[in-house]
Design a protein around this ligand. Structure first.
Ligand code: CMC
Length: 429
């Protein structure tokens, strides 16, 4: 075997022989062993809890280098997009693969404005759901029913239908989220205003006249836009993997994305932004010292929410951007934010402690987002809904990419069976 061939293959030696497996090199030099022939040739499967070592697909959407703290959408560094682009431009980039020309952006934005309304009976359906239920559960249910209200855009094999559903999802999710919020505070819904841009429209539908205006209003609008950009995609995270798995059964895009919303709701994933705020509230209200709280973490009584990441083992580049934003909004001499100050102290104490540094646990995207959302007036249980609004383009892009993947198959992992061997049924002699 030549050196070149050795580079492109690995050999697996097992009791029955040797299997040569191809090695693919990605555009960033990442190497992946293809296991397609493993089971057929050796009768063996692989066991990889949490899929920590498993690439389940090839993708062109997002690149992460967890050790170097790099995150790029379609090749563009997140820091550049954060400075130079709006959320809508980033959503277009993530979904369609290129930054939009001005005409393309206008067309995209116009379509979203035209489609922002929801049908009256869907509004009635949302209003009938429990008003004190968790908004993530209500949002997932509402997204799921879009398939019933718009059954002319549910065929994954029809590109026009998938495109129509893409526009509908992007256009209607802010309307749905804002209505659910207003129901929870006992206020009338506010209809979308086609004269406003995407983020402005969302904050107006959410807060109505109560949203701040002037300089502060502008800063809050920019902050929401930036937070949505930073959440727009994150390759094969739990909710995106869920969207792909559900979509792999040929389920429609609404059903697949509703499943993504549900996956996102868990506290180990998107629900962490809510959990961080609850943790900070608890530390403040109980009067426990930061040192004592960290002792509880180290004794495994609780997790330090907003810390740690499966992929980032150095720092999460999103958290750097978000901390900067939080500092801009909350670190004001005239009115310091108590929870932000507590979060800063907690971060500093954790990063000075070998328990966290040895395990490469750093603040993730969720550590500072909650304090910003709270300062804007969002209730804690809406934080993960904001994450969902941001992640929507990513979910859509992955669903669409999968439809065109030549290697596409229904997702169907194997298991390592450790249960009982065949047993005699009671009464059978
Ligand atoms: N607090 C205390 N210890 C932790 C934490 C934490 N937040 N995260 C990981 N560890 C420890 C863990 O106990 C383990 O220690 P040991 O090796 O001694 O058993 C070690 O660090 C490795 O952790 P792991 O659980 O194997 O790591 P994972 O990759 O399976 O989990 C995670 C990643 C994000 C679920 C986890 O770090 C966590 O639960 N963090 C808190 C929740 C959170 O902030 N989630 C948001 C993630 S980023 C945004 C998103 O995905 O939505």
């Amino acid at each position: 075997m030549s050196d070149d061939e050795k580079e492109r293959t690995v050999e697996l030696h097992y009791e029955g022989g040797t299997l040569t497996l191809p090695v693919f090199t990605g555009t960033e030099g990442e190497r992946t062993i293809e296991l397609k022939t493993l089971l057929g040739s050796t009768g063996m499967t692989t066991l990889d809890p949490g899929f920590g070592n498993t690439a389940s697909c090839s993708s062109k959407i997002t690149y992460i280098d967890g050790a170097a703290g790099i995150l790029r959408y379609r090749g563009y560094p997140i820091q550049d997009l954060a400075v130079g682009s709006s959320f809508l431009e980033v959503a277009y980039l993530v979904i369609y693969g290129e930054l939009p020309e001005p005409g393309q952006l206008k067309e995209f934005s116009d379509k979203l404005r035209e489609n922002a309304d929801i049908p009256d009976d869907m509004g009635t359906f949302i209003d009938a759901m429990p008003r004190n239920g968790h908004p993530m559960s209500l949002v997932a249910s509402a997204v799921n029913t879009l398939a019933a209200y718009y059954d002319d855009s549910v065929d994954p094999d029809d590109e026009n239908q998938v495109e129509l559903a893409t526009i509908r999802l992007m256009a209607k999710l802010p309307t749905i989220a804002a209505r659910i919020y207003r129901n929870s505070i006992g206020e009338q819904p506010i209809a979308p205003d086609p004269s406003l841009d995407y983020v402005e429209n969302f904050t107006r539908m959410t807060f109505g006249d109560a949203r701040p205006d002037g300089e502060l209003g502008e800063l809050f609008g920019k902050a929401v836009d930036l937070l949505l950009i930073l959440h727009a995609d994150h390759e094969l995270n739990c909710s995106t993997a869920t969207v792909r798995v559900v979509g792999s059964s040929q389920a429609d895009i609404f059903a697949s994305i509703a499943s993504g919303v549900n996956a996102l709701s868990g506290p180990s994933h998107g629900g962490a932004n809510q959990a961080v705020l609850e943790m900070l509230d608890e530390i403040r209200d109980s009067g426990v010292s930061i040192e004592d709280f960290l002792e509880r973490v180290k004794n495994r009584e609780v997790r330090l929410m907003g810390f740690g990441h499966r992929v980032y083992k150095n720092f999460d580049p999103r958290s750097k951007e978000i901390k900067g934003l939080a500092t801009q909004i909350l670190d004001r001499d005239d009115n310091p934010d108590e929870l932000f100050e507590l979060a800063l102290k907690l971060e500093a104490a954790a990063l000075a402690d070998s328990y966290f540094t040895e395990r490469k646990l750093y603040p993730n995207v969720d550590f500072y987002t909650g304090v910003i959302y709270r300062a804007m007036g969002f209730p804690t249980n809406m934080f993960t809904v904001l994450f969902a609004l941001g992640r929507l383009p990513g979910w859509i892009a992955h669903y669409r990419e999968q439809l065109h993947d030549p290697a596409f198959r229904i997702a169907r992992p194997r298991q390592h069976y450790i249960g009982a061997n065949e047993r005699r049924y009671p009464g059978q002699g």
